[in-house]
Design a protein around this ligand. Structure first.
Ligand code: TYD
Ligand code: MG
Length: 465
C-alpha cells in the first residue's frame, strides 16, 4: 500500500520540516512554507509506474565510450552557443531560468529553427516541445510570426510527466523542451504543480530520461523575485548547465548568463535585444547600457568584464536626508550587501556621515553587475550626489574598494581601458598597476590616474578641468 506523507517545504530554497515555521532557518525568508504531501510507494509498486526508462542501464569502460563529432549541436545563434561553450552537448540537461515575460519561450522557439535543420545519421533532428503554458496553436502563431516553421518540430501541451515520458518513447526526439517545469506535474507526488516536491521529482525523471536516451533536454524555469513559486534554485545541482536570462522586461536588452556549465566556462554572457520579430543578437554590446545625461550629479561609468566581453555600465546614486528612523538603502542591479560595505567604508575612511541619509543606487539598463570592479565607481557616484558635483562624462572609473579604504587591483585593466578609449573616454581612474601593464595602457589615447586610496580617487574624480 502506498503511504501518504506530509511535510512543510520552503518554496524559496527547498528546506523541509515536519511542521510549519514562520521563518525559514536556511534562507531566512518569512512565510514561504507550504504543506506538501508525497506518496511513498511500497517496494512492489516501485517497479511498475513510469520507471520503464530504468530498464536499459549498462556499464561501460571510459576508454570504450566513443566521442563522435556530433556531440555538440550548434543553434546557429552565436550568443547562445558561446554561453553554452560551443553549442548544446548531446544528452545534456539545461535549465533556462528567468523572470516571467523575459523571453525564454521566444529564445527556445528561435533555437529550434536551426536545430531542426541539423542532420544526424542522415536524418534531421527531431524536437519535441512541451508547451505546457500555452496551447500548440498559440505557439504556432508565434512561430509563424517569427518565420519558424520547421517540419520536425512536435508540439504538445501535455502537463503530466508520465505522459510526456510515454510521448518521448513514441516520438523518439533528439531534443526535448519543457516549457515550463513549474507547470508540469508527476502523478505520484500529491502536492500541486509548481511546488518544490513536484519540480524536483519531474526534473529527476527528465534527468534520467535525458541520460538514458541521450536526449538533449532544455527545462525552462520561472524565477520570481518574491520566491513564492518554487524557484529553479532547487534544481541547480541536478542539471548540467544553468543559464539565466536577465534584464528588465520593459526594456529591450537581455543578457544570457551561464552560472553553471559542466561542459564549458561559466562566466560567458550573450546579449540579445527584444524586437518585434523576436530576439536579435547584439554583437558589440559594450555601449548599450549607457544613457548618461551631461552635467548630472550622482553618476559614474565603470567598465566591467563579463566572460570575454567588456561592458560599460552607468551607475547612478541619489543621497538625500531621510524621513525614517532607519534610513533607507536601496540597490537595483548590484548587490545590496556590497552597497552597505561601501557606505561603511565611506563613513569610516572618508569621514562622511550617512546615518541620516537615504541612499538609492541603480545600474542603468536593467542588467545586473556581478563582478566587484564597480565598487569605486559606486563610491564616487555616491560622493558626487552628496557634494552635488558632477563627474565628467568622459571619465571611466574602475577598481575594487577594500575595507581599509584601499583600491584593489582588478583583472584585465588593459582590455577595459582599450574599449573605453575606443568609445571616446578621455580619463581613467584605476588602481595602481605594474610597469608591464602601464606600458600597454599608456598607448591608449586616455589620461591615466592611478590611485591607491579611496580619498585620492575622490579628489581625482571630482576635480573639474
Ligand atoms: P516570452 O518568450 O513569452 O517570455 P517567457 O517565456 O520568458 O515568459 O516573451 C514574452 C515577451 O516578449 C512578451 O512581453 C512580448 C515580447 N515579445 C516581443 O517583444 N517580440 C516578439 O517577437 C516576441 C515573440 C515576444
Ligand atoms: Mg514562456
Amino acid at each position: 500500500m502506498a503511504k501518504v506523507k506530509s511535510k512543510w517545504v520552503c518554496q524559496n530554497c527547498g528546506y523541509e520540516t515536519v511542521s510549519y515555521l514562520g521563518r525559514c532557518p536556511e534562507c531566512n525568508q518569512f512565510g514561504t512554507f507550504v504543506e506538501e504531501t508525497t506518496t511513498v510507494l511500497s517496494s512492489k509498486e516501485v517497479s511498475k509506474p513510469s520507471n520503464i526508462i530504468q530498464s536499459d542501464i549498462k556499464v561501460s569502460k571510459i576508454n570504450e565510450i566513443l566521442l563522435d563529432e556530433k556531440t555538440r549541436f550548434k543553434s546557429n545563434i552565436d550568443e547562445l552557443d558561446r554561453v553554452l561553450g560551443g553549442g548544446f552537448v548531446q544528452g545534456s540537461l539545461i535549465l533556462l531560468a528567468g523572470d516571467p515575460g523575459i523571453g525564454k519561450s521566444t529564445l527556445v522557439l528561435q533555437t529550434t529553427k536551426h536545430l531542426c535543420e541539423i542532420k544526424l545519421k542522415g536524418e534531421n533532428l527531431k524536437v519535441l516541445y512541451i508547451c505546457a503554458e500555452e496551447s500548440p496553436l498559440q505557439v504556432k502563431l508565434r512561430a509563424k510570426r517569427l518565420e519558424i516553421e520547421p517540419d520536425n518540430l512536435y508540439l504538445t501541451n501535455q502537463t503530466c510527466i508520465d505522459e510526456i515520458i510515454n510521448l518521448v518513447e513514441t516520438i523518439n526526439p533528439d531534443f526535448l523542451i519543457v516549457d515550463s517545469i513549474q507547470s508540469v506535474y508527476c502523478s505520484s507526488v500529491m502536492s500541486g504543480a509548481g511546488s518544490v516536491s513536484q519540480i524536483r521529482e519531474c526534473t529527476n525523471l527528465l534527468m534520467r530520461l535525458a541520460k538514458q536516451k541521450n536526449i538533449t533536454t532544455i527545462i525552462i524555469g520561472h524565477v520570481t523575485k518574491e520566491g513564492n513559486i518554487a524557484g529553479p534554485k532547487v534544481l541547480e545541482h541536478m542539471v548540467d548547465c544553468v543559464i539565466n536570462f536577465e534584464g528588465d522586461k520593459y526594456k529591450q536588452y537581455r543578457i544570457l548568463r551561464c552560472i553553471k556549465n559542466r561542459f564549458g566556462a561559466i562566466s560567458e554572457v550573450g546579449v540579445f535585444k527584444m524586437e518585434d520579430n523576436g530576439l536579435v543578437e547584439v554583437n558589440s554590446p559594450s555601449q548599450i547600457l549607457m544613457e548618461q545625461p551631461e552635467g548630472a550629479t550622482g553618476s559614474a561609468v565603470v567598465a566591467t568584464l563579463e566572460g570575454s566581453r567588456i561592458f560599460l555600465h552607468e551607475i547612478q546614486a541619489l543621497v538625500g536626508s531621510t524621513n525614517y528612523s532607519n534610513p533607507r538603502r536601496v540597490a537595483v542591479g548590484l548587490e545590496y550587501n556590497r552597497l552597505l560595505q561601501i557606505l561603511a567604508v565611506l563613513e569610516k575612511k572618508v569621514g562622511i556621515n550617512l546615518s541620516k541619509q537615504d541612499v538609492y543606487v541603480n545600474v542603468v539598463g536593467g542588467i545586473d553587475i556581478i563582478e566587484p570592479s564597480y565598487d569605486l565607481a559606486l563610491a564616487i557616484a555616491i560622493i558626487s550626489s552628496i557634494r552635488d558635483i558632477s563627474i565628467p562624462p568622459t571619465t571611466i572609473i574602475i577598481g575594487e574598494v577594500g575595507l581599509l579604504g584601499e583600491i584593489r587591483y582588478v583583472d584585465n585593466i588593459e582590455r577595459r581601458l582599450k574599449e573605453a578609449s575606443k568609445l571616446g573616454f578621455k580619463k581613467a581612474i584605476i588602481p595602481k598597476v605594474n610597469d608591464k601593464v602601464y606600458k600597454k595602457i599608456k598607448e591608449f589615447n586616455i589620461e591615466i590616474k592611478q590611485v591607491s586610496k579611496l580619498t585620492d580617487a575622490i579628489v581625482q574624480a571630482l576635480k573639474q578641468e
